[in-house]
Structures are given as structure tokens and as C-alpha cells.
Design a protein around this ligand. Structure first.
Ligand code: ASP
Length: 438
């Protein structure tokens, strides 16, 4: 039988009413067999996520202070959920053991994981599904990386024996038996792991928006929803900060081509966004626009640089040694610029500049700050002409100075650097020019 893995985010499970909606979605299709859950999220914009309350408990406990305030808040939220769903679970015993751990040996990842753990226990009981603990199925290696082979095998074997199951998101176990969480938003990764382990035909990621938008709605009025996007395009967009999905969540499913469908728990009839290995959209040239402020370009000049073997490698090595990843690297014949995050660069600025002087003896080094980068992404650009011309012409007509241009080798992105002050306007101008190509 086909199986669908469904993952519900925190707002989809924030209270009894939301959990009922999620349960109805699961029950409406018998192929939705495996359910991954987040901890209860915000019920409204003023609310606090259970995971944030758990982190608060941990930091208070680590100082040796009284954490009973936030812990009672969490207890009250789960009691209300369990009562509303008429699930009987010994929450007193669960909270006693969390309290004991917080008092005796507070451990941040263990404490943070309890939101997903308790929510999964309650939802499994409500749906009448088995509960599968990540403590026994998701494994990290000693260096904190996911042990993919063991995880896919053990999780796959475990779930093959169960028609239905609920699995807490966000965490797994270290070789020494202690809990380890993924980074924030990591339940998306658990969903992907489960989808891979059972070889699901689709991974549905249920959230509170009807899919990914083609531009930032805080900048562009009513941007189009992206109905379909490739994993690669998503990487290009998420890399600039447009993500509705944890950026590591595509990797477990991408290699085997399981599509991810972003859906809205509050509007289940909306098709959402399908993330797959092929585009499948006829005639679309541009898929989306994303961008970010906060970059600096460090420009290094040296005569005959192009003939000096290893110059670029040594320059990038200096940034690497100071833990500064480079984002782009546009070059001229005697000039190389490295575009980096301004904050990361500033934290080791003097040392990096000194190393460049000592190791590369350049003719000149200059720093160009205040740079915003905008990525225009679309698989269709590789096989069509004129998109770059339209973008640059539109920016010129809006009197926006382009400070940098970079095109990825597979021609699926065009990246332009502009002054931070021009950023929002530039995104609007590019969107208006390319909307008809989307
Ligand atoms: N609850 C965790 C967080 O708030 C993980 C998740 O929801 O994906 O980051």
C-alpha cells in the first residue's frame, strides 16, 4: 500500500481545535499512515511556543533557580489538550520526571525534546496509532551527524510492522544514549527521515500557509504562490532566506526523489507547493525571488593575479580559517572579490585583513559594505533568453545601481547585489518585471 508521511508544525497543533483539524486531515486518507508532530506552537501572535518555554525552564534550572513558573505553564497547556481530546495520559508522572531531571541534571536537548514527546504521546492516543520513540529509531553519530544508514534501516523496520504511527519530531539519540535535538524547526527533518525510511510516495508538510510564496509578502503585495518547485530551486531560494521548510529537510528525500508537499492545515483544500526533482511547469521562466541584506564584498587586487596559481584558494582559505563561509566570488582578471556575511566578517575583520596582507601581498584591498543580495531563481531561465536583460533594464529605469552580478553555473539563478537602501525597491521592481514569467 502507498504511504504518505505527514508532518504537522507547531501552529497546526497549538491547541485542541487545531489538533482536531490535523487529525481530520490524517483520517481523511488511509494512506496517511505515519504522522510526525512538532510541539504545540503559538495560538496567537502574543503566545509563546512550548519549545521556547522548555528552553526557558532549562536556562533557569541551569542557573539553579526556580523554574516552576514556565514548567506549570507547559503542564497547563498539555493538560488542557489532553482533557479537550479526552485522552488519558499520566501527565503528572511525565512532569514529575521532567522536574526531577531539571533539578538533578538539567540537559538542554532532553528538556527541549519534551514538547514533541508529550504532544506525540497525546496525539497517538487520540488517533489510536502506535507511538514510536525517536530514542529507539533516530541515531546520531559521535560527532553529532545523523547516522543515516542505521536510522533509515531501524526506523524502516519498525514502521514496516505498524499500519499507523505517530513519531515525535525534532530529536534523536546519541551513541551514549542521551537525547540530541536538531536545530530549531527540526521536526521538518524528522518528517523527511521518516518519509525516506518507509519509502513514502509523498511527504506532506502541514503548516499555516498555503505554500511557498514567490517573493517576500512584506515587500511585494500579494506575491504568487509557487505551485511547483525543484529541490535545487528551493535550495537557491532558501539560501537567501525564503524558507518555509527547515533547510536540511530536503536532503533525506531528495536523493530518492520523494516529493514534499507544503500544505495548509487551516485550508486543506489548497494544493500548496510541491517540491520535486523535476519542474513540470510548462513555460515558466522565473520561480521566485529571494534576498537578504547584510553582506560585504572584500575586493583584493593584484597585477597578474590570473597567472598566480593558487591565489584564489589561499584567499578563500583565510576566510575559512576564521570560520567565515563565502557566499559569492565574482572575479576580474586582476581582481577577486569575496562576498560574505557582514557580521561574520566583522567578528574577525582585523585578523583576516592582516592575513591577506601577509600571505598574498596584494596591491590593494578594499571593503564594500552595505550590500544586499537578490536571487532571481528559475529552472526555465536556462532555456530562455532575455531574463537578465529585463531585470537589469528594469533596475536601471528605476535608477537602482547594480553593484554586483553573479549567475550560477547552471543558469538557474541570477544574483544581483544592490545597496541595502535600494533593497526593497529593487525586489519590487524585479518582481513587477518578472511576474509575467512566473
Ligand atoms: N519545536 C521545535 C521548534 O520550535 C521543532 C519544530 O517545531 O520543528 O523549533
Amino acid at each position: 500500500m502507498n504511504s504518505i508521511v505527514v508532518k504537522f508544525g507547531g501552529t497546526s497543533l497549538a491547541d485542541v481545535a487545531q489538533i482536531r483539524k490535523a487529525a481530520a486531515i490524517v483520517q481523511s486518507n488511509p494512506e496517511r499512515r505515519y504522522v510526525v508532530v512538532s510541539a504545540p506552537g503559538k495560538r496567537d501572535s502574543t503566545d509563546v511556543k512550548v519549545t521556547d518555554l522548555l528552553y526557558q525552564c532549562y536556562s533557569i534550572a541551569a542557573r539553579g533557580d526556580d523554574f516552576s513558573g514556565p514548567l506549570s505553564e507547559i503542564h497547563a497547556r498539555f493538560s488542557e489538550i489532553a482533557r479537550g481530546l479526552q485522552v488519558s495520559l499520566d501527565l503528572e508522572a511525565e512532569f514529575d520526571s521532567i522536574r526531577r531531571r531539571l533539578t538533578m541534571s538539567p540537559d538542554q536537548d532532553y528538556v527541549a525534546s519534551r514538547g514533541e514527546y508529550l504532544n506525540a504521546r497525546i496525539i497517538a492516543a487520540y488517533l489510536g496509532f502506535d507511538f514510536v520513540p525517536p530514542e529507539e529509531t533516530i541515531f546520531f553519530t559521535d560527532n553529532g551527524k545523523l547516522d543515516e544508514d542505521r536510522t533509515f534501516r531501524v526506523m524502516g523496520e519498525k514502521l514496516a510492522a505498524l499500519p499507523h504511527a505517530v513519531i515525535p519530531g525534532f530529536y534523536g539519540v546519541m551513541p551514549i544514549g542521551v537525547i540530541r535535538t536538531f536545530s530549531r524547526g527540526g521536526s521538518d527533518i524528522t518528517g523527511s527521515i521518516v518519509a525516506r525510511a518507509v519509502n513514502a510516495h509523498i511527504y506532506e508538510n502541514w503548516t499555516d500557509v498555503s505554500g511557498m510564496l514567490s517573493a517576500d509578502p512584506r515587500i511585494v503585495n500579494n506575491p504568487k504562490v509557487i505551485r511547483r518547485i525543484t529541490y535545487t530551486e528551493l535550495r537557491e531560494l532558501s539560501y537567501m532566506g525564503a524558507s518555509v521548510l527547515h533547510e536540511d529537510a530536503i536532503f533525506p528525500v531528495r536523493t530518492v526523489g520523494i516529493p514534499i508537499n507544503i500544505r495548509n492545515t487551516n485550508c486543506p483544500e489548497d494544493p500548496g507547493t510541491l517540491i520535486a526533482s523535476t519542474d513540470g511547469t510548462e513555460g515558466r521562466v522565473v520561480t521566485g525571488i529571494a534576498g537578504r541584506k547584510g553582506f560585504s564584498a572584500i575586493v583584493v587586487e593584484k597585477s597578474m593575479m590570473n597567472a598566480e596559481v593558487g591565489f584564489g584558494a589561499r584567499l578563500l582559505q583565510i576566510f575559512a580559517e576564521h570560520g567565515v563561509p563565502f557566499e559569492h566570488c565574482p572575479t576580474g582578471i586582476d581582481m577577486l572579490s569575496v562576498v560574505v556575511s557582514r557580521d561574520l566578517f566583522n567578528s574577525s575583520r582585523d585578523e583576516i585583513l592582516q592575513n591577506i596582507q601577509e600571505e598574498l601581498t596584494p596591491d590593494a584591498v578594499s571593503i564594500h559594505g552595505g550590500l544586499a543580495m537578490i536571487a532571481v531563481v528559475g529552472q526555465g531561465m536556462a532555456s530562455s533568453r532575455g531574463t537578465a536583460m529585463r531585470i537589469f533594464k528594469a533596475l536601471a529605469e528605476a535608477e537602482i545601481n547594480i553593484r554586483m552580478i553573479d549567475q550560477g553555473p547552471s543558469e538557474l539563478n541570477i544574483i544581483v547585489g544592490v545597496n541595502e537602501a535600494d533593497y526593497e525597491n529593487a525586489v519590487r521592481v524585479i518582481y513587477a518585471e518578472t511576474e509575467s514569467l512566473m
